[in-house]
Each structure stands twice: as structure tokens, then as C-alpha cells.
Design a protein around this ligand. Sequence first.
Ligand code: ZN
Length: 287
Amino acid sequence: MLYAYRKLNLSFINKIPLKTFIKKVKIRPLMISSIIILFLTFHRCTEVLIDNSLEPKAGFCLTFDDDYIEDWYSINDMLLLNNVKATFFVSEIYNLSSDQIELLTELKTSGHEIGSHGWNHTNAVEYLINHTLEEYYQYEIQPAIEYMAGIGLKPESFAYPFGRSSDSLDQFLFQYFNILRHVTVEQLQLSSKEVDEIDEIYYKFNGTRYATGLGIDVNYKISQEMLKKVLIRAKTNDEVVVLFSHRPVDSSPQPYETNKTYLDSLLKLANELNLRSYRFSELLDYN
Ligand SMILES: [Zn+2]
């Protein structure tokens, strides 16, 4: 210390008394340790950031369709508790009350995605038999985008009502949405395939701007065992399985409804398998 003082005594601070100098030097270790702590914290933060953006990772994407706003909101705590971000594709949004819009906004604030499921919930393939693409846009797409943008919920993604889509329609809608959700043809027709053999429900980070969902409402008859197979394949192959449901209910699910206990088991299992939860639009972030 004295040596350092003497050295400095020759320099520009030679007027500083020894006591003051010692005080200053004593502060230095504190400053240095603070800098080290800051550096380590920054380093750690950078590591976490890098970890999130590095590689695509096996996961699942949980989506809900239509306009069951209160029922969707009723599972928000369950989703957050399990660190899951869901995507809610809302249709006929003009019918919602201001209270329902508020709940939808809260879901977005909680970190979930709000996508579009059409202004009138139209079967696009049937509609286009007698209408042009421009008419479809004005009838089904444009009002939904404008209305949702007006209330701070501009959609980046779209889920086809009734799962009815076509390649040319996809190309047309890519002008307005980043990513589109289809429904697996295996659930639109009778199929004998095992769930882990339905290749199209697994998103593979290959740059496609659509992903295909597997319905898990009670009418789709996807047992817990089958669900486990679905998640294990995603884990094994580093893919993301896309699931869709409509209305979460407390008991006795009817067609297009899913029991909340079933959803809870799904989330727990996904956590056990260390699967990442993806909002629908996030699938594109890892291509
Ligand atoms: Zn629908």
C-alpha cells in the first residue's frame, strides 16, 4: 500500500493525503468485485439469451379455436403454472363483449398468442367454389385483421376453420399472415394410422410457413397413452407437435371440448419430458 502510495506520490495525485488514498484504495476491491459480479451476471444473461435462440428444440404447440373466451381464460393459471404459452385462434370476434375482449387482451399480456380463425368462421374451400379469392379476403380475412389490429391484437397467424385449406389459398394468405395452421387429413377422414405415424403433425423447422395440428378434443379419441406416444416422438426426433382443442371444461366433455384434467396431464407430461412450449408464430423463429 505504502509502495503504491509513494509511486503515486510522484504522479499527478501527489497532493492527496495518505489517509484519503488508503480510503480510495480500499474502495477499489469493492469496485472490482462489483465489476466481476456485473460481468458474471451479464455473462449469465447472455448465456440464457443464447440458449433460447440457439437451436430448435423438441416441443409442443398448444392451440385453441373459436370463441370460448371465458373457458380459455379459466385455464390461464394452469398454463402459467406449467410455463406454457398457448395460442388462441379467435373467430367472429365482432360478437365478443368488451369484457371478453378484455380477457382476450389479458391472455395476450400473460404471454399467449392471439391468432385469427376468420371473421365469419367460413369453410374456405366451399366458399371459393362460388367466390373469388378477393371476395374471400374481403368477407373473411380483411375485417378480422382490421378489427383485431384496432384493439391491439393484430394477428400474425391464421387457423383455417374446419381445417379446410388448399395450396393456392396458402399462397394467397401468406401475404397477410406469417404462418397458417392446417388440420391433419387423418382426422378429416377415417384413418388407421397410429398418432406417432402421422408425420404431418410434427413441425420440423424446415422453413414451411404452415403447420398441421392434431385435434385432442374428446371426439378425436386421443387417449392419454396416445398423447404420451405423440410427445415422446417429438422428443425423440427434435420436432414440435402441434395440437388443437376448442373448449376446456371441468367435467363431462362433449364433442369439441377437452377436460381440464386431461390438459393438466398433458402439460405435466410435457414438462417431465422437458419439451419446450411454443406459441404458434414462434415456430418460424427457429428455422
Ligand atoms: Zn373453428
